[in-house]
Unconditional design. Structure first.
Length: 568
């Protein structure tokens, strides 16, 4: 095996076995390269030189013996010799009256004798489920875990699975040493990239190597190599966009996480200068200058909570933040966490947390974080108890001091959040998103019309210059759109384009924009009540007084302008 492969997980398992924690070890991995690494280690490592027999069971291949071959481990089917005249249910395989054992329960019984009589390793792989009544699988593991003969002979049972809880109940897991296996380390990814590039004749400089290593973070060794090969077969190179696309497809299979390529930056967001300045100063600068931050003992921000009414740009801002700091944007699909099957919701949450951490540092976006609910005294065994388990897992993740993921949560109803979410140490900053003020509305409209340097939105064909359209918006449109949300301002531009299209014009005119603004029905009194509620929430949840004062000042300014104009 390659010398760049990490063997710390193997060393941990051997140390646990030598210390007699248990002769049964479960490795949580189904990566083919890790499985091959384990087999090679058992057959060639000095730590395993005392082993006399190495058995391997796979549901497809059956029971076999592993031997050391010139090109790596070799599997030889195991056949049991039977005495003449002995009735058998298995099909006879050889002229020497040997038979292949097919039933898992019989296989466990057969290997049991070897484990107790000679130093033996028994590897069990590719079990998706086991029917305990038919196989006795978990009973066998518990028996071997405490059998003094198995311990004395130095025998070891090794189970390979993606998740121990899928094939062992909680009682059985108490008897087993469970070793989580990291998908891939930085050094391993670098090693695979360099080796694959050399084999394919791809030129690889430092920046290209680093970009590929970061892009493929969180994937196991087999997935890393497969993506590199597919990228090569497509374009004869390691293309970052192709690798991101393929990684996103792989992660999406989990159904609880999605990896998205950030589409927008702060240049694509009009207004919200107070929030941008605050985020730039206390979050982005820390992420961009980690060494300077460490010099002053400043840790990276662990979590941000965006709250405010719908349509105020919370999700867009989170996406733009990932773009600004050049981190992956991971969406936690909360609606897929919960399941009708008992225990599955908790497992989904565990898988999501583990996968997100392995891909971090990254922005993990949790929309409508209030879905996780509140703590309650649910009755044992109820569906509510499962919900509480997920809540507790997420809360524990938020509070972990070693968390690498930067969680960005959004909510329209912060008052529905459990107080535990708002406690110091969970979210570093709670940031209110209110309806945009007059200058912000002007900028938002200009952004959606395509008038913003470096922005990604296309230019809308207009009948006047940029200066003229800005003046028109400021005088005619902005005053009539007070308390519009960001989403409504975007829709205003879309409606103006529809009007121009329906009238078969070549350009969007000022009249089209004015007519589009008039099509909205906004309950101003309701919006005022929403703003009052949001400001009260901001005063309650937002910790930074200077930041809060700047937001309040923007709202007071528009009130003064409205009073001066005599509008209602």
């Amino acid at each position: 095996m390659e010398d760049f492969l990490d063997r710390s997980w193997l060393d941990k398992a051997i140390m646990k076995r030598k210390s007699n924690y248990s002769p049964v070890i479960c490795f949580e991995t189904v990566d083919p390269k890790r499985i091959y690494q384990l087999k090679a280690f058992i057959l060639s490592s000095p730590e395993m030189s005392h082993i006399e027999n190495v058995f391997l069971y796979d549901p497809w291949d059956g029971l076999g013996m592993l031997r050391k071959g010139s090109d790596g481990p070799v599997f030889e089917p195991y056949r049991k010799r039977i005495a003449s005249g002995t009735p058998v249910t298995s099909r006879i395989r050889g002229p020497d009256s040997s038979v292949e054992i097919q039933a898992l329960k019989a296989i466990l019984k057969e290997v049991d004798g070897y484990l107790k009589s000679s130093p033996t390793v028994f590897i069990i792989q590719n079990l998706s489920e086991v029917r305990e009544a038919d196989t006795g699988f978990q009973a066998a593991l518990r028996a071997w875990a405490i059998d003094p003969r198995v311990l004395a002979k130095g025998s070891t049972v090794m189970v390979l699975t993606s998740d121990a809880s899928k094939i062992m109940d909680e009682f059985t897991r108490e008897f087993v040493v469970i070793v989580p296996v990291d998908p891939s380390s930085q050094d391993e990814r670098r090693g695979i990239i360099e080796r694959t590039a050399a084999e394919l004749g791809i030129s690889l400089d430092g920046s290209k190597l680093e970009a590929a290593r970061v892009t493929l973070s969180g994937l196991n060794l087999h997935q890393v190599e497969s993506i590199l090969l597919e990228s090569y077969h497509r374009v004869r190179d390691f293309d970052p966009d192709i690798m991101k696309e393929l990684k996103s497809e792989m992660v999406k299979r989990s159904k609880v996480l999605e990896v998205r390529d950030p589409q927008f930056s702060f240049r694509d967001i009009g207004g919200y200068h107070a929030i941008k300045e605050f985020v730039q100063k206390y979050i982005i600068n820390v992420l961009r200058r980690p060494e300077k931050a460490r010099h002053f003992g400043l840790g990276l921000p662990k979590g941000l909570l965006f709250f405010g009414p719908p349509g105020t740009g919370k999700s867009l801002f989170a996406n733009a933040l990932a773009s600004e700091v050049q981190l992956p944007f991971i969406n936690l699909v909360t609606e897929n966490i919960y399941s009708k099957w008992l225990g599955e919701s908790g497992q989904n949450m565990k898988n999501a947390i583990n996968m997100a951490e392995k891909m971090s540092p990254a922005i993990v976006f949790v929309d409508e974080i209030d879905r996780f609910g509140r703590r309650s005294g649910a009755a044992a065994g109820s569906a509510e108890e499962e919900t509480q388990r997920v809540f507790s897992q997420f809360l524990e993740w938020l509070g972990r001091p070693d968390r690498e993921a930067i969680i960005v949560g959004t909510t329209n109803v912060p008052e529905h959040l459990d107080d535990a979410f708002l406690r110091a140490g969970r979210f570093d900053y709670k940031i209110p998103f209110l309806y945009p003020g007059p200058e912000a509305r002007l900028e938002i409209l200009m952004v959606h019309l395509g008038f913003h340097s470096g922005g990604r939105r296309p230019r809308v064909p207009l009948d006047r210059s940029e200066e003229d359209i800005r003046a028109f918006l400021r005088e005619e449109i902005v005053p009539s759109t007070r308390n519009f949300s960001c989403a409504e301002l975007e829709e205003l531009v879309t409606r103006a384009k529809r009007i121009a299209f329906d009238k078969d014009r070549e350009f969007v005119t000022g009249e089209d924009l004015f007519m589009a603004a008039k099509t909205f029905r906004i309950d101003r009194s309701h919006r005022r009540r929403v703003i009052e509620t949001c400001m009260a929430q901001a005063r309650r949840f937002t910790d930074d007084k200077t930041f809060l004062d700047s937001i309040e000042q923007e709202n007071r300014l528009e009130d003064d302008l409205e009073a001066a104009s005599g509008s209602v």
